[in-house]
Write a protein that binds this ligand. Structure first.
Ligand code: SF4
Length: 225
């Protein structure tokens, strides 16, 4: 998805953060209520164009939360995030990291597919509150945004993605480790190498946290800023 300049000026997820609810205990009924709300949503025009809304895949108590940009055609058909070609690449990374199903979750910035995978300003504004509420419920220790659109929902100051990817920082106290989108990694050998290099850096960070497969040699920097 191409990221227009105006995206950098959009409100970030912070502005929709439900801070008053932060200390409340999470209940499954709360999660189900949120999912029903998203499922019925027609706040933007994408709601009437989708086949299925795409909400979440994985654990409800993840240590690592991958945040993609938007559902593609495969995800729209299945109603599940990252089940297409890019999803297979992400699954391979997850396997290399040694992450268990119980340790990870995958969501998207947009819950409905934008036709042609084009940026949709209306959806970007309308869907932010759902993203904030999902993260507030899931409470991961690390967010891995995949691609520029996902990074811009949290930390547009880190863009462009060529600079942001592979570097560890923080967002609202959570570890924040952007990567390029797995679909982009298929576009050239250079991007594939970047994806693999940043994956090794992520493995190193996770091993320090006691998550995933443990230590492995890394070749790129991974420092907390
Ligand atoms: S993209 Fe988000 S805001 Fe728009 S209809 Fe779907 S769930 Fe609602």
């Amino acid at each position: 998805m191409v990221l227009p300049e105006r995206m950098r000026r959009l409100p970030t997820v912070d502005q929709f953060w439900p801070s008053a609810r932060r200390t409340r205990r999470r209940s499954l009924s709360e999660w189900k209520r949120l999912n029903r709300e998203i499922d019925r949503c027609r706040r933007c025009s994408l709601g009437s164009l989708r086949t299925h809304v795409v909400i979440h895949r994985g654990s409800l108590r993840p240590r690592v939360l991958f945040v993609g940009e938007a559902p593609g055609a495969s995800e729209d058909r299945a109603g599940i995030p990252f089940v297409g070609t890019a999803g297979k690449r992400l699954d391979r990374l997850v396997a290399q990291l040694g992450l268990l199903e119980s340790e990870l979750a995958i969501i998207n910035v947009f819950k409905c597919r934008p036709p042609g995978n084009t940026f949709n300003l209306e959806a970007a504004l309308a869907c932010r509150p759902f993203l904030a509420r999902q993260i507030e419920f899931l409470q991961p220790i690390m967010i891995v945004p995949l691609g520029a659109n996902a990074v811009s929902a949290f930390r547009p100051d880190l863009l462009p993605i060529s600079h942001a990817a592979g570097w560890l920082s923080r967002w609202r106290g959570l570890l924040f480790f952007p990567m390029i989108h797995p679909a982009a990694a298929a576009r050239s050998n250079a991007l594939r190498r970047r994806w693999e290099r940043d994956g090794k850096s992520l493995l190193k960070v996770l091993s320090r946290l006691g998550a995933g497969a443990g230590p492995a040699p890394v070749s790129s920097p991974a420092t907390t800023s």
